[in-house]
Write a protein that binds this ligand. Structure first.
Ligand SMILES: [Zn+2]
Length: 261
C-alpha cells in the first residue's frame, strides 16, 4: 500500500522488505513524517479465526485486516479485534489470533470500507501500477470540485468528505480530518508534491468510489494498462467469458457493441 501510493519510495521499501529489515522499511515508508498515525496493533476477525482453524488447523493474521483505518472484516461484517504487539522484537513464537471475546456486527460504512480496501489491495498486488495523481484530479473535476489550474473548492470538498466519513466508527480519529473545516487535510494530497499517508488516499478513493460508482472505472484503467488499448476486444471477450452480460461489459469498457463483435 505504501509502495503504491509513494511510488518514489517503492524501490527502497521493496529492498528493505527483501532484506527483512523492518526498520529500513518503516523509514522508507516515511511513517514518522505523517501527521496522521495510529497506535500499531495486530487485528483479527473472530469468524475468520474459526474458519482458519477448521480449514487449516491454525489461525493466521490476514493482510487485509492490518491496513491502517480498517476496523471491520470484509468477509464477515464484524468488528476486528485489536491485539497488543509484544515488546520488541515483535515477532514471537505462537503469536497467533486467539478466540476469546464475543463477535460483534459492525456498521455498514465500516464494512463497505473494509470490502473496498480488500479489493483495492488485491488489485494493486496483481499489477505493477502506481498511484496516478492526475486520475484522482480528473474524478474530482467531474464532481465539480476543481475550478481549473489546480484551484479547488476546498471548503465544499472538505465538508462533503467529512460528512461522508463521519459514520466510519472505530477508525482512529488521528487518521481522519478533525472537522469539516480541516482544509489542510486535503491540501497537500491535492497538491501532490508532499508524501501523504496511504490511508488518506484510500479514504478519498473510497468516498469517490461510493459517490461516483467509479469502481469499475478504476478496474477498467488497470485492465487497459495490463492489456493495452489495442487489445480492447480481447478484454471484452474475457469479460464476457467471466460471465458479465453484454450490457455490463459495455458499461465496464465504455465501448460500443461493435468493438467486440
Ligand atoms: Zn472475518
Amino acid at each position: 500500500m505504501f509502495s503504491y501510493f509513494l511510488p518514489q519510495r517503492a524501490k527502497s521499501i521493496s529492498q528493505a522488505l527483501l532484506q527483512s529489515n523492518g526498520s529500513n522499511a518503516i523509514r522508507a515508508c516515511q511513517l514518522v513524517t505523517f501527521k496522521e498515525f495510529e497506535t500499531l496493533t495486530l487485528k483479527y476477525c473472530l469468524v475468520c479465526v474459526e474458519e482458519d482453524i477448521r480449514l487449516f488447523g491454525v489461525a493466521h493474521w490476514h493482510r487485509n485486516h492490518q491496513v491502517s483505518g480498517v476496523e471491520a472484516c470484509a468477509d464477515h461484517k464484524v468488528w476486528l479485534i485489536h491485539e497488543q504487539l509484544p515488546e520488541r522484537p515483535h515477532i514471537k513464537t505462537l503469536l497467533l489470533p486467539s478466540y476469546s471475546t464475543p463477535v460483534k456486527q459492525c456498521t455498514e460504512l465500516s464494512f463497505q470500507f473494509a470490502k473496498f480496501t480488500k479489493q483495492f489491495l488485491h488489485d494493486i498486488s496483481e499489477s505493477n501500477n502506481s498511484f496516478n495523481q492526475s486520475e484522482l484530479l480528473s474524478e474530482l473535476s467531474k464532481l465539480g470540485y476543481i475550478l481549473g489550474n489546480k484551484r479547488f473548492k476546498r471548503q465544499k470538498l472538505t465538508s462533503d468528505l467529512f460528512e461522508f466519513i463521519k459514520g466510519l466508527e472505530r477508525t482512529s480519529a488521528t487518521l481522519l480530518p478533525c472537522s469539516d473545516k480541516d482544509y489542510r487535510y486535503l491540501s497537500y494530497l491535492l497538491a501532490g508534491n508532499v508524501s501523504q499517508h496511504p490511508f488518506k488516499h484510500l479514504i478519498v478513493l473510497f468516498w469517490l468510489n461510493s459517490t461516483l460508482d467509479i469502481g469499475h472505472k478504476i478496474q477498467t484503467k488497470n485492465f487497459e494498462r495490463n492489456y493495452g488499448i489495442e487489445d480492447k476486444s480481447e478484454l471484452c471477450q474475457n469479460l464476457l467469458k467471466q460471465g458479465n452480460s453484454m450490457a455490463e461489459v459495455r458499461r465496464i469498457t465504455g465501448k460500443s457493441k461493435r468493438l467486440w463483435q
